[in-house]
Design a protein around this ligand. Structure first.
Ligand SMILES: [Zn+2]
Length: 73
């Protein structure tokens, strides 16, 4: 199938081995039986929230450093 931008897209996206996906969903404590938490597709990484929290802390630290630097100069 060709999308509106002229690029070929899969009619059925390959989301990997369905057995592995089903086991990942079964083992995951964050998502429902369809692999979603809320409206978000789960990646089944148990410490995803902490990973995201660390990443945002790094972003804030860099932005604060840039702000300090621009205030100095
Ligand atoms: Zn999950």
């Amino acid at each position: 199938m060709i999308d509106r931008f002229g690029e070929k897209i899969d009619d059925e996206p390959d989301d990997g081995d369905t057995t592995v996906t089903a086991l990942s969903i079964a083992d995951c404590s964050r998502c429902n039986s369809r692999g979603y938490f809320g409206t978000t597709v789960c990646d089944h990484v148990p410490d995803r929230i902490e990973i995201n929290r660390r990443g945002m802390a790094q972003v804030r630290a860099v932005l604060a450093a840039v702000k300090r630097k621009s205030a100095d100069g």
